[in-house]
Design a protein around this ligand. Structure first.
Ligand SMILES: Nc1ncnc2c1ncn2[C@@H]1O[C@H](COP(=O)(O)OP(=O)(O)OP(=O)(O)O)[C@@H](O)[C@H]1O
Length: 387
């Protein structure tokens, strides 16, 4: 846990970088610090591992005032990932990753074993990449090594300064998702600095939105987007915050439509009759275990011969998302498969489908739920279809 108590930093030339910072990052929580250039994010972060000393207030890590901890010892408890990664160019990827365990006195063989495990964890096969040098990696791969190295000594706290800043947007999104999946498993206490509100929203359990040298709002992504605390925050998160909410609103069972269902092994004629009676133009096709196979149209079923099964007329459907996934994921599947709906699954079981209309409703539900005084006209919906 990291706790800031009235922390301020005035540089020797008189620049006040931050002032009166008080907030807490709970154990296992990921807090993003977001704000424009020069607002004091990096200063905030570097005070946690004492690369910069505050001029007022105090910072506690796990309840201990860090001013009283030897900085070298402190830094061994804190992983540090920076944009430029800072890998040693003349050391292999494996040795780079093993740096901190080796520093803290692990045996070489154990440190290398641990490094291999970590490379695996961040999606780099140690057999392929372990013996390469940093220059022989792509930017995204270097970034992953940076994360692996920071995690190698299993520090409870992780500081990340624009960790995905140096890669293109597609790779960035992949690294972000990978890191989130990793964080689900390792549950570090993370402080992540970014100037990108999208990244802050996607990554943070909570977000600290910085104005000049101070925090304007400290809250969950949904609350920051739904109810910006100040006009400054509203401007910073942008007029398309309704759209950004797609990233933070989870699909819930109540959002789903329940279209007619046909089973793979069922008689096509019976299924056709059922569809005709309900007036539906298509049905979702499931196997006997209730798992998604695809879909079948009423037109395909109508001419079915006696004895023909739904399975021989059904088409596969690969657009699906797990229940609880963000609306944005469903939307992106719809676009990718050029589909008018996506199936929503609970494990492998089919729950229902999400359609664009339902997606819109879900977004509205989410905005209304914590709009608390924010007028509907302040939240833009109409751009959803342009995303
Ligand atoms: N060593 C220093 N001496 C004087 N002023 C400094 C020093 N380091 C940073 N500053 C100033 O402190 C303020 C906060 O800087 P900081 O690097 O924390 O901002 P930041 O939000 O991380 O910005 P960026 O996103 O551009 O990295 C800025 O005005 C900066 O110019």
């Amino acid at each position: 846990m990291i706790r800031f108590e009235q922390v301020g930093k005035v540089y020797p030339d008189g620049t006040t970088a931050v002032d009166g910072l008080s907030f807490e990052v709970a154990e296992g929580e990921l807090v993003t610090l977001v704000g424009p250039s020069g607002c004091g994010k990096t200063t905030t972060m570097m005070m946690v591992n004492r690369l910069i000393e505050p001029t007022s207030g105090r910072i506690l890590v796990d309840g201990e005032d860090i001013a009283k901890i030897d900085p070298v010892k402190l830094r061994r408890r804190i992983g540090y990932v920076i944009q430029q990664v800072g890998l040693f160019p003349h050391r292999t990827v494996l040795d780079n990753t093993a740096t901190v365990p080796a520093l803290v006195g692990w045996k070489r063989s154990r440190a290398r074993e641990r490094a291999a495990e970590l490379l695996d964890l961040v999606g780099l096969d140690p057999a392929t990449y372990g013996s390469r040098y940093p220059a022989q990696l792509s930017g995204g791969q270097r970034q992953r090594v940076g994360v692996a190295r920071a995690l190698a000594a299993d520090p409870p706290v992780l500081l990340m300064d624009e960790p995905f800043g140096a890669v293109d947007p597609v790779v960035r999104e992949r690294l972000q998702n990978e890191f989130l999946a990793l964080q689900q498993r390792v549950r570090k206490t993370v402080l992540l600095v970014t100037h990108d509100i999208e990244e802050a929203v996607r990554m943070g359990d909570r977000i600290a939105v910085y104005g000049e040298g101070r925090i304007e709002q400290f809250d969950t992504p949904a609350a920051v987007l739904g109810t910006p605390a100040t006009p400054y925050v509203a401007r910073f998160v942008g007029s398309d915050r309704g759209l950004k909410r797609l990233s933070v609103t989870a699909i819930e069972p109540e959002d789903l439509e329940e279209p007619p269902v046909a089973l793979l092994a069922e008689s096509a004629r019976e299924a056709a009759a059922r569809l005709a009676a309900s007036g539906a133009r298509w049905a979702v096709v499931l196997n006997g275990a209730g798992e998604l196979h695809g879909w079948v149209s009423a037109d395909a079923l109508r001419p079915a011969r006696e004895g023909e099964r739904v399975g021989s007329l059904a088409r596969r459907m690969d657009a699906w998302v797990p229940v609880g996934a963000p609306l944005k994921q469903a939307f992106s599947e719809m676009l990718q498969y050029d589909a008018g709906w996506v199936a929503v699954l609970d494990g492998s079981l089919f729950l229902g489908v999400l359609t664009p209309a339902k997606l819109h409703e879900a977004l509205r539900r989410s905005v209304d739920a914590d709009a608390q005084g924010v007028g509907r006209d302040e939240v833009e919906f109409d751009s959803v279809s342009d995303a």
